[in-house]
Design a protein around this ligand. Structure first.
Ligand SMILES: NC(=O)c1ccc[n+]([C@@H]2O[C@H](COP(=O)([O-])OP(=O)(O)OC[C@H]3O[C@@H](n4cnc5c(N)ncnc54)[C@H](OP(=O)(O)O)[C@@H]3O)[C@@H](O)[C@H]2O)c1
Length: 324
């Protein structure tokens, strides 16, 4: 067994979040003999930070806006799982600034062997260039470009695309989920047909995926790995959800203009409303992008006995009490 000093130091950014949290927990559970985990959060005292510490992680405080803290958090890393959160400040400029700082600091680490960059596809070339305003996707594209200015780091990078989380309905119900109508039923109103299949997954499955990527290391240098957990029509997704909760629900197709009005009515600023509208409108094209030639399919590299969560399983397990 590797002694502590012989283990790889894996620094997990966003370690209290939807992707970093499961990554930290999975690796602490299955590969603590190989990796020392340094989990990064702005606030180690919050429950998610304390939980990681109780599982054996070194939990450190660092802020992507504070260079000295990030330099200290990444010091000595052999591998890094990196993610930036557009939705923290709803700002492309801030997210890109944070990601560029992370790239630069990572590029200067002498012992770094693997940089796993959680990103998203770039839809700007799709549909005749219609989707130029999806800010979180554009931020990831800018960071992908930025990485090319560090050839040594770029050559050790694996890019990861996690599909639209199942959890988005609970976290952002008004924008992404079914909303209660006056008659007590629920309606999911989106700018695409009910028959559209959208790649989705439980963000919890990120953990097993990142573990496989880290274990494969060189095999995934320079590759993009996409994770799709379930692929259902939106009509079926709503049906399974309604049956699971014992409620009445339906899907309604809106035109993009109607959907934009719906999003604006929630009080989102114009650029964010356009971003959300275009994000939803582009989702029907996402399967082809995520399954394009050359993209490694995450479900093919997981352990043979690993089962990705299905939407039906997720619906049964989730706490839907916040829905009204
Ligand atoms: N929703 C989806 O379907 C989906 C799919 C694929 C990719 N994404 C992308 O995933 C990203 C968000 O990641 P997530 O889903 O893991 O978010 P999340 O669950 O909200 O967690 C965000 C994580 O980022 C950390 N963080 C945020 N700002 C930070 C800062 N200034 N300094 C240090 N840490 C900071 C948070 O740490 P603390 O709060 O503990 O400090 C937390 O651990 C977004 O950029 C989004 O575009 C989303």
């Amino acid at each position: 067994m590797a002694t502590n000093s012989h283990k790889m130091l894996l620094v997990i950014l966003g370690a209290t979040g939807a992707q970093g949290g499961p990554t930290a927990r999975y690796i602490l559970k299955y590969s603590s003999h190989l990796y020392r985990i340094r989990a990064v959060t702005r606030d180690p005292s919050k429950p998610a930070g304390r939980e990681l510490a109780s599982l054996g992680a070194e939990v450190v405080a660092a802020d992507f806006d504070d260079e000295a803290s990030i330099t200290a958090a990444l010091d000595g890393a052999h591998a890094i799982f990196t993610i930036t959160n557009f939705w923290d400040k709803n700002s492309l400029e801030i997210e890109v600034g944070q990601g560029k700082l992370l790239n630069r600091i990572a590029s200067e680490l002498p012992d770094l062997q693997h940089y796993v960059f959680s990103s998203l596809p770039d839809p700007r070339g799709l549909a005749g260039g219609k989707f130029q305003g999806i800010l979180p996707y554009n931020a990831k594209a800018a960071l992908r470009e930025d990485l090319k200015s560090y050839p040594a780091l770029h050559s050790k990078t694996t890019e990861v695309w996690i599909a639209y989380y199942f959890q988005n309905w609970v976290k952002y119900q008004a924008v992404f989920g079914p909303v209660k109508q006056d008659d007590g039923s629920f309606m999911l109103a989106m700018p695409y047909p009910a028959s559209t299949k959208i790649p989705t997954c439980s963000s919890d499955d990120t953990g097993a995926l990142i573990h496989s990527i880290l274990n494969g290391r060189e095999e995934y240098y320079g590759k993009t790995v996409a994770l799709i957990g379930d692929l259902l029509t939106e009509e079926d997704r709503v049906k399974i959800w309604a049956e699971g909760l014992g409620v009445s629900a339906r899907f309604l197709q809106l035109s993009p203009e109607e959907h934009l009005r719906k999003v604006k009515s929630l009080g989102l600023p114009d650029d964010l409303a356009v971003a959300v509208n275009q994000l939803q409108e582009s989702l029907p094209l996402e399967q082809a992008v995520m399954e394009a030639t050359g993209i490694v399919q995450g479900n093919k590299i997981l352990p043979k006995d690993y089962k990705l969560k299905t939407w039906m399983e997720y619906v049964k397990e989730e706490d839907w009490s916040s829905f009204d």
